[in-house]
Design a protein around this ligand. Structure first.
Ligand SMILES: [Mn+2]
Length: 293
């Protein structure tokens, strides 16, 4: 099976040996707002030039996630086409793919400029270009992360999220934006939420930090503590970002198909009073970005 072939050997069988309880004492970040103009300020002079080494795993279910990794520019993006408009001749992936393609093209065009990419500006530009080129009623979440010298900056709308690990411990976790259970904030050409609703912020990173970004196919299936555990194991094995992404993608894939408690079932019980257990079948996008010097 393809999924088995792409799981790193040392990690086969580990998926269910990892604790799945919620973590504690973790910084949660709902994106304190910054004035988008801040992005025009040059970043602080770098003590040590940091860069990003990134790779991904994508395990499609209905194939409506989209993403990009641009290591040289230090920018990653994740988007999740919202399935509510699937059918009726609507391609629910059209807006997510448009956002990521337009963002990636802009990053490529700007690569080499020294000031770093502003995630909010990039998301706004990608949104405007996508709206100008499509009339689809499809909608999408979106997350853009960028490394500007010593700072990781972000802008996101919805429940595509990220986490930062330092020396194996979860340090920062983006909180999803949702209107109600299983209904994330979403961008579309025909109304809905706006880029100005994005959670934005920045956080000082160090060499050795590990950034994990993904769609709800990851974060609704893998508890933070389990993610922390697998990051520690992968780090001990000196795995590459790509192999780590595959290992975490495999964990999310197995959790989605299990009857075990998941973040999704826990939220379903807490927010809706259901007694559902098990994971969430969904596209799974996982990006690992190592902060290196
Ligand atoms: Mn999803």
């Amino acid at each position: 099976m393809e999924i088995d072939m792409q799981t790193p050997d040392p990690l086969m069988g580990l998926a269910f040996g990892i604790p799945t309880s919620a973590g504690d004492e973790v910084g949660q970040e709902n994106g304190h707002r910054w004035d988008p103009m801040d992005c025009d300020e040059p970043p602080l002079p770098a003590r040590t030039a940091l860069r990003m080494d990134c790779d991904f795993s994508y395990l499609p279910d209905h194939d409506e996630d989209a993403h990009f990794c641009h290591a040289r520019a230090g920018v990653v993006g994740v988007a999740d086409g919202v399935g509510g408009c699937r059918g009726d001749g609507v391609d629910a992936a059209e807006f997510s793919r448009g956002l990521m393609a337009n963002a990636y093209n802009a990053v490529t065009a700007a690569a080499g400029s020294s000031s770093g990419v502003c995630p909010y500006t990039l998301l706004e530009m990608a949104y405007q270009k996508t709206v100008a080129s499509t009339r689809t009623p499809a909608a999408s979440t979106a997350l853009v992360l960028s490394l500007a010298d010593q700072a990781l900056r972000w802008a996101y709308v919805g429940d595509s999220a990220f986490a930062v690990f330092r020396r194996g411990r979860l340090l920062l976790r983006a909180l999803p934006q949702q209107h109600y259970f299983n209904c994330p904030f979403q961008l579309s050409a025909v109304g809905g939420d706006r880029v100005k609703d994005a959670a934005v912020g920045e956080f000082p990173v160090e060499e050795g930090d590990v950034v994990v970004a993904g769609t709800d196919g990851l974060f609704d299936n893998v508890f933070d503590a389990a993610l922390e555990g697998i990051v520690q194991r992968c780090t001990a094995l000196s795995l590459t970002p790509g192999k780590m992404a595959q290992a975490v993608g495999r964990l999310a894939y197995d959790m989605a198909r299990s009857s075990r408690e998941s973040p999704f079932s826990a939220a379903s019980r807490e927010q809706q009073g259901t007694n559902f257990t098990g994971g969430k079948m969904d596209d799974i996008t996982v990006i690992f970005a190592f902060i290196v010097s």
